[in-house]
Write a protein that binds this ligand. Sequence first.
Ligand SMILES: Cc1ncc(COP(=O)(O)O)c(C=O)c1O
Length: 443
Amino acid sequence: MNDVKTVYPDFITLDESLALNSKRVEELQLAHMNQYRTQIGLSAGLTFDIVKAEGCHMWDSDGNKRLDFIGCVGVYVLGHNNPRIRDAVLRYLETNPLTMDPMALKPVTAAFAHNMALVTPELTRTVINGGGGAEANEVILKMCRIASARTKTGKTRIVSTLNSFHGKTTGAVNAGGKDVWRRWQTPVPGHVYVPYGDVEAVEEEFKKNDVIMFIAEPIQGEGGIVVPPDDYFYKIRELCDKYDVYMVLDEVQAGSCRTGYIWAHQYYQGLVPDAFTFAKGISDGVLPVSGVQVKEELYMAAYGSFDSAMMHTATYQDNNISAAVALSSLQFMIENDVAGQIRERSAYVWNELELIRQSYPTALEEVRGRGFMIGLKFGKDEDGVGYANAIGTILAQKHRVHTMTSINDDTILRVYPNIATTQEDFDWFLQALKSSIAEVVQA
Ligand SMILES: Cc1ncc(COP(=O)(O)O)c(C=O)c1O
């Protein structure tokens, strides 16, 4: 066996990487990774050297305890390093599994798919990816295209909503309703964007009789925690039925109990989309996991024959280890009634936030969202600069409370607690928020 240090004296081993100091990590990131992305976090004062995380807390290398109220924008619904989810991976690896072989039987994935069909009985087919939310959206975009080509000849267009976000791979970014993320790329034809919440605009497009798919987030996340009118998705469902269009919901950020429902669309009693995508929360940050839950008819229209069965495969698709994480997360959600707990426990923070809004009506204009998906809509100073960035920075630097502004909108602060948050943690956040608003508004 070679000594790696003989072959490459500067090789950094895993153990050494885990012991690197933050200065050296910064140097390595600046030299070998996306330098400007690293610089953005550093220059905004929002990059911290986190050495440990548990529940809703994180500890930096100076030993400070910090409150995580963003959780990687929705990943940590079940809390950092939730032992149940972590143990699922270890437990699975202990069985000496054959993890990735595409033709082997897949017990954990099959069980997860079965369990998902119990939670959403009208959507009985599951695809699991070892990837992120964008990949899940790619899977459903392609599935709807193939199904439509086989059953709705001549129709090709996809309607999505302005200000939406579906990820940054080529297909997903074209489905997303923000020009900023589509710069420098040849547009994929056939995408059209309508205002979120506007039913008539959707029907105008559907009337052209060439639309195959409608995709939207149940609550727009990256777009600034925008909640549509309560009847919006029911009306979209009716239109999709009337014009024979697939209705797809992107539950990557709002799903996995975050809004107080296992899947965010379950807030709307009786509403059944043709498919929804999930990622973030179902992984609890243990491994990258995403997936799609699909109605039988749509799945079969795309892949329900031997000649189409191999049209969308991927090395890590339906792998057991990602499924082990997803299955344990789902089990944890059900056993602990995480959705119900979030509905109940979020009431306190929503009431308190409303009182803060009443104290600072010009600074804090609106509190919006649902459950533990909270958006604070701030005003702007006299130079037209939104208060959210300054407040987010003070919260993190002075009060050790981590939230996040909405990228491209300096008036929105996203606040995503997790299920491990206690009353004391909520009060830590609320006191910190009051003090940060006062500091910024009086500055
Ligand atoms: C609604 C929604 N869809 C898709 C994505 C993309 O997920 P990923 O970054 O894991 O590719 C995100 C990420 O923030 C999202 O919020």
